[in-house]
Design a protein around this ligand. Structure first.
Ligand code: NAD
Length: 463
């Protein structure tokens, strides 16, 4: 007789188990939280090769690339949060007005409960595990839904997380939109979503039904301003690196460049050099150059190539999911490539007369997730700080702001709501509970503030 197939655990069962783990109370102890982070770090150190192979399989990313973006960065974040956790979860004393005291008023960070994390495919470990670090460090239990577009990475997470962490407190649900929809029908205490704007709206609408708070980490068109005060070769090196890392499939990748007509030809020449230094004559056969995640996205990118004049690159192969690093010039502001997040290795350059025009052009789109500028002009820097809104602003570099754990990471408006990393993750995954403990038994305040209001009493209050 063959043994019966193991009973498949339902989404509802997984959520119930995670909630029961929270209700057990054990996740509130600082020691449990620290243990979870230590276990996560052990997992990453012992299983780095498995994670790197999964990234190679799903996204064609070289192991050292995967190590830097999805293993080491998570290790660094976990260690930073763990070392500061006691300080960040300590009650914060605030002033108690004399008229209300004496007493002690504190802000107490309390875990929210059971949190749903929905992650995308482009950094499938980083964008699943960094929110997980915040949620666990704040004392929550978690249901994690990784992306179906990176199945090997999702399977490794589903296999390893329960082996290293508290298996009832961290549940991994694999699957596509159907699984995500089922999860969104469950009740959570917070939903943390990373992905595109359209799905962000679906998540927020589902959360609204139960008034569940959300953090939405979305995307958008992140502009780069380049002016003639900054060495153009250095700007090109940064931009080429940012645009080609993970083939531009990075939420904070430089999306397009705004510069003046005199800088443009020098910038194109410098980009040619920078890209050549990265990938040589034939990026296609260079193992350091990965591939677009799937055919649908490759076809979408190929469709954007005629939005301007190809100044550099332009080669592509749908079946191989290959798009060469490409620079487009003569790009009108209303060209298709300027109307959607590119999320690929295509860099449009738009020329404007000055920074004022550049700011106006950026404002035509939604507030970006990131804004970048290569300029040494203090006036230009001040304009970018004061006249633009974006999730972040980075001057004279791209993308590395993400590695500064004490800077909150998140968007504004349609590029997202809420933020995380470092202490901000603890804020995001905690309820800041107000606790006032009045010290003595005197009831003068109460007697003054309650009826009957005599003439004498009223005078005292007004005084
Ligand atoms: P996506 O929105 O398609 O998918 C993300 C997750 O949502 C996946 O787990 C997927 O299964 C799930 N999902 C898909 N459709 C759903 C639905 N109808 N209901 C519920 N869940 C659903 O995102 P993506 O295409 O994988 O990622 C690319 C986008 O994400 C880009 O816009 C990029 O800028 C953005 N992004 C933002 C950040 C950030 O930190 N702000 C990071 C990475 C990516």
């Amino acid at each position: 007789m063959t043994a019966p197939a193991p009973q498949q655990v339902s989404v509802a069962d997984e959520v119930r188990a995670a909630r029961a783990a929270f209700d057990s109370g054990r996740t509130r102890a600082l020691s449990w939280r620290v243990d979870q982070l230590l276990a996560l770090e052990t997992m990453l150190k012992e299983r780095a090769a498995e994670f790197e192979q999964a990234l190679l399989h799903d996204l064609g990313r070289k192991p050292i690339d995967g190590y830097m973006t999805d293993v080491h960065s998570v290790l660094a974040e976990s260690a930073h949060v763990r070392k500061n956790l006691k300080k960040w979860t300590r009650d914060r004393k605030v002033r108690t007005p004399l008229t209300i005291g004496p007493g002690r008023s504190v802000v107490h960070r309390q875990p929210l409960g059971t949190v749903l994390i929905i992650a995308p495919w482009n950094y499938p470990l980083h964008l699943a595990l960094i929110p997980l670090i915040g949620a666990l460090a704040a004392g929550n239990t978690v249901v994690l839904k990784p992306s179906e577009l990176t199945p090997r990475c999702s399977a490794v997470l589903a296999d390893l997380l329960p082996r290293y962490l508290d298996a009832d407190a961290v549940k991994v649900v694999q699957g596509d939109v159907e699984a995500a929809t089922e999860l969104l029908n469950e009740k959570f205490d917070h939903i943390f979503f990373t992905g595109n704007e359209t799905v962000g709206k679906v998540v927020m609408a589902a959360a609204a039904k139960t008034l569940t708070p959300v953090t939405l980490e979305l995307g958008g068109k992140s502009p780069v301003w380049v002016d003639d005060t900054f060495p153009v070769e250095k700007a090109a090196d940064w931009i080429a690196w940012g645009k080609c890392t993970n083939l531009g499939q990075t939420c904070v990748a430089p999306d397009y460049v705004l510069t003046t007509p005199d800088v443009q030809p020098r910038l194109v020449a410098a980009l040619r050099e920078s890209i050549h230094r990265l990938y040589g004559d034939d990026p296609r056969s260079n193992p350091d150059y990965s591939r677009i995640v799937n055919e649908r996205h490759t076809a979408r990118l190929i469709g954007l190539l005629d939005s301007g004049t190809v100044a550099l690159g332009g080669d592509h192969d749908l079946a191989d999911r290959y798009v060469e690093p490409t620079v487009l010039v003569d790009v009108p502001l209303d060209a298709p490539v300027m109307r959607e997040e590119i999320f690929g290795p295509i860099l449009p350059i738009v020329t404007v007369e000055n920074l004022g025009e550049a700011v106006a052009a950026i404002r035509r789109n939604d507030h970006p997730l990131a804004a970048y500028a290569f300029t040494t002009s203090a006036d230009a820097q001040a304009t970018l700080v004061n006249d633009l809104s974006s999730g972040s602003l980075t001057i004279n570099a791209v993308m590395v702001q993400l590695g500064i754990s004490d800077l909150p990471f998140g968007g504004v408006g349609p590029s997202g709501m809420g933020s995380y990393h470092g202490e901000q993750s603890i804020r995001t995954f905690s309820h800041e509970r107000s606790i006032f403990h009045r010290r003595n038994a005197s009831d003068v305040l109460l007697r003054m503030a309650r009826p009957p209001f005599t003439e004498r009493g009223e005078k005292r209050i007004r005084r």
